[in-house]
Write a protein of this length. Structure first.
Length: 91
């Protein structure tokens, strides 16, 4: 049911090529929501001191809801930095 999952990124009306998703938590396991929340929180805390956008004097570089995450940056370079951090901490 969940074999061969892929994802793409969209930046300024351009969509990247699709990449294979190689890791995740098992669907249907009673521990999956907690494991996912714990794991993603640890990863996202590494982004706290990195640039995003300024909203009301507060730096915001990600939005999360359930299992969806959006990274936000002022430019491509800052977005790439955020992606690199997420990639590094996800290993």
């Amino acid at each position: 049911m969940y074999w061969e999952q892929t994802a793409a990124m969209r930046i300024e009306n351009k969509t990247s090529t699709f990449q294979d998703i190689k890791r995740g938590v098992r669907q249907g396991c009673v521990l999956s929501p907690d494991l996912f929340s714990l794991y993603s929180e640890i990863i996202m805390r590494n982004l706290e001191n990195h640039p995003g956008i300024n909203v009301g004097g507060q730096n915001i570089n990600n939005f999360r809801y359930a299992d969806d995450t959006v990274l936000i940056a002022e430019n491509k370079e800052d977005l790439q930095k955020l992606l690199s951090i997420v990639e590094e901490k996800s290993r």
